[in-house]
Each structure stands twice: as C-alpha cells, then as structure tokens.
Design a protein around this ligand. Structure first.
Ligand code: SAM
Length: 254
C-alpha cells in the first residue's frame, strides 16, 4: 500500500480534494495523466501484484519474434513489464486513446533499454490491428468499454493470438450477492482511506466514475473467456474487489 507521505507532492493525486459544484464524468485527461501512477497505486488494491504477474506471464508465454500488446497502456507500467520480461526479438505495442496518457507513457519509455522495440499508438483499441500476438494485456481497461463491445473484442483478441498465447485481464469486479458486494465495497473504501484519500475525495471520485467504469462479476469474465474459445481459463489474482484473469489458447508455440 502506498503511503502518501512517500510520494512527491507534485505527483500526488489531489484531483477531487476540493468540493466541485458538479462532478464531471471521469476522463483520462491531462490532470489525471499527471498523477496517474499515484492515483492507481492508492485506488486499486493488488495493482503492483498484477504488474508482477504480467512480467511472470511474459517470461513464460512471450514467443520469440512475436508481438505483445498492452491495450489501454496509460503510463506504461505494464508495457515496460512486458518489454523487460520478453525475448529481445519481441515487439511490444502499447495502445491508448488518450493523448495525455500517451505523452506520459512516451516519457516513461524514453531512454529505456528496450525503447527500440516498444511502439506506442494513440488510437482506439477497438480499431487497433492485432496480429502475431503471443500475449495481450487489458490491465483495468475492459471495464471502461461499453458492455456491448466486450464480447466481440475478446473474440477478436482470441483469434489474433498464436497457439499457446495468453490474454491477461485485470478488472474491478462486482459481486452478485448484495451483502458480499457491501463487504467488499466497505473494504475497498477502507483501503482508500488508508492510502490517504479523504471522504470528500472518495465520494467525488465515485460520482465521477459512475456510468464510466462498469464492473462485471468474476463469473461473467470467466464465461466470456471460455465462450471465446480459450482452453485454460483462471482467476490469477484477487485483492478485495479487483481480479486478474488469464485465458490461454490451446496448441503449441509456432
Ligand atoms: C485504468 S487505465 C489502465 C491502466 C494501465 N493498463 C496500467 O497497467 O497502468 C485505462 C486506460 O484505458 C484507456 N482507454 C479507455 N478506453 C480506451 C479505448 N477505447 N482505446 C484505447 N484506450 C482506451 C484510457 O485512456 C486509460 O489510459
């Protein structure tokens, strides 16, 4: 858990710290991009674990000469994990439709030892051509897409993966049992209090994310992966109300 006192003041998320007359729907704009790393560390339990899991998966599943995609790459934490853990012959492609996030990501990969094999694209991931892929990451991105496009997207990513390729998805999840949802929700709020957010910040951020971040249940995610054709489907991580899932395509690497 990040202690706010360990964070540089300029990089600290204070976006919702003052009362706002009308809370606007959440956007990945310049204000958010500037404090994104602090925001995600302090808001998402298990974020660091999922970055480590992405690295672990890339070490095992990234195939020589293939492409690795980070869809909704934000500041590039998962993009860099993919590059660092994969063979030098792999190409890593980070995609985000926010200009502000791509700017922050470009700065993060500048002068990185693997910079030459990382490509950033500022475009809608629903339109991004995906091919020769041995690993695809949707780290807390699917939850921001309309429900109607999620199934067709996962189906397209399945088709784009090479045999034995892996799709990793991390998401906020909703529990279908009301009292369990309440318990998880309460713990998530406690997590945010402990990382230094005030009641006002928590309430305003929650209002901003309403109808922007649409969580689904763990079983909806697992069923969607199975329906798309993945042979091995599992929940890889769980931290309060956030899960990491994998789908592995059948076959031998080629
Ligand atoms: C919560 S952030 C993802 C965090 C990031 N994957 C990481 O590991 O730190 C969601 C990102 O998805 C991007 N995004 C949302 N919808 C998108 C779309 N249709 N096409 C491309 N990027 C999208 C947002 O701009 C944002 O940067």
């Amino acid at each position: 858990m990040t202690n706010p006192e360990d964070t540089d003041i300029e990089d600290t998320d204070r976006i919702y710290s003052s009362p706002q007359e009308t809370v606007q729907p959440f956007e990945f704009n310049h204000s958010v991009a500037a404090v994104f790393d602090d925001m995600i560390n302090r808001s998402v339990p298990g974020y660091g674990l999922n970055i480590d899991l992405i690295s672990l998966l890339a070490s095992r599943y990234a195939q020589t000469g293939s492409h690795l995609y980070d869809l909704g790459c934000s500041s590039g934490r998962a993009t860099l994990a993919l590059a660092e853990a994969s063979p030098d012959t792999c190409r890593v492609i980070g995609v985000d439709n926010s200009v502000a996030m791509i700017d922050v990501c470009s700065t993060a990969i500048e002068a990185h030892p693997h910079e030459d094999r990382i490509e950033l694209r500022c475009e809608d991931l629903l339109e991004t051509p995906v091919h020769d892929a041995s690993m695809i990451v949707l780290n807390y991105t699917l939850q921001f897409l309309a429900l109607s496009v999620r199934g067709p997207l996962i189906q397209r990513l399945y088709s784009a993966l090479k045999p034995s390729g892996v799709l990793f998805i991390a998401e906020k999840i909703a529990d279908t049992v009301p009292h369990q949802q309440t318990a998880l929700d309460d713990l998530h709020l406690d997590f945010k209090r402990r990382t230094g957010y005030s009641e006002l910040e928590i309430a305003q951020k929650r209002a901003a994310l309403e109808r922007v971040l649409i969580p689904e249940s763990e079983s909806e995610h697992l069923d969607r992966l199975r329906d798309a054709g993945f042979e091995t489907v599992a929940t890889l991580s769980k931290a309060i109300n956030f899960c990491g899932f994998i789908g592995i395509k059948a076959g031998n690497p080629r």
